[in-house]
Design a protein around this ligand. Structure first.
Ligand code: FES
Length: 222
């Protein structure tokens, strides 16, 4: 009985020598196998973090950035827009500011009306004309209240939701503000089919489900 008790106490001892490991040193509490296993796991964790953390910061960083005032462009007075129809306005995108005509793009703007769905808390709804399929310019048809893409038949509702054709997500939008009676249009953002906001993506980038992780934003997308 006493011998069994002694054996069990030795098995539970923190010392490897007591537990009968071959080649154990006196006073050693960690086996070399456990030490190497821990070392390899720690090195793997550090390597994964070295690649993963910058990517994560790159993907999530823009979500916490407030657009600067100079990122907003004046597109007219509040009286130039109404709640009924979109008015096409031409703006110069920030990254394309030195690109002359090539940096210009058309944005459809209208005032958000009380009771409008999917205004995303913007005082004015500013919709990008870049088709989210392959980037052709879409055109708003007032009679049918649809945005139509001439390239492959993409059709969007008046709020930019896809209602037909191959586009993969709603039309992108721009931030809007009102300052001193002027309507300002700011940075572009993308939407998934539930109208959740994302940093701007390229055409053809899906944003539903796991796709949002597979198509992270690029700094050059504006
Ligand atoms: S580019 Fe618009 S539907 Fe293909």
């Amino acid at each position: 009985m006493a011998a069994d008790e002694q054996k069990s106490r030795r098995r539970k001892s923190v010392y490897t020598a007591d537990r009968g490991y071959p080649g154990a040193f006196s006073g050693e509490t960690v086996t070399r196998r456990a030490l190497f296993t821990g070392g390899v796991l720690a090195a793997g964790g550090i390597a994964t973090a070295a690649f993963g953390l910058p990517s994560l910061g790159f993907a999530l960083g823009p979500l916490f950035q407030e657009p600067a005032d100079e990122a907003f462009l004046d597109v007219g007075t509040v009286g130039d827009f109404n709640t009924e129809t979109f008015t096409p306005t031409v703006i110069t995108l920030q990254a394309g500011a030195s690109a002359g005509e090539a940096g210009k793009t058309t944005v459809y703007v209208r005032q958000a009306a009380p009771g409008d769905e999917n205004t995303l808390d913007q005082p004015y709804i500013a919709i990008s004309t870049r088709c989210t399929h392959l980037g052709c310019p879409v055109r708003y048809v007032q009679a049918s209240a649809r945005f139509i893409c001439p390239c492959h038949g993409g059709v969007y509702a008046a709020d930019g939701a896809v209602v037909g054709g191959p586009p993969v997500r709603p039309l992108d939008r721009f931030e809007t503000r009102v300052s001193n009676g002027r309507v300002l249009v700011g940075p572009r953002f993308s939407l998934n089919s539930s109208f959740e906001r994302f940093p701007p993506r390229d055409p053809s980038n899906h944003l539903d489900g796991v796709w949002k992780y597979l198509y992270p934003p690029r700094p050059t997308v504006d």
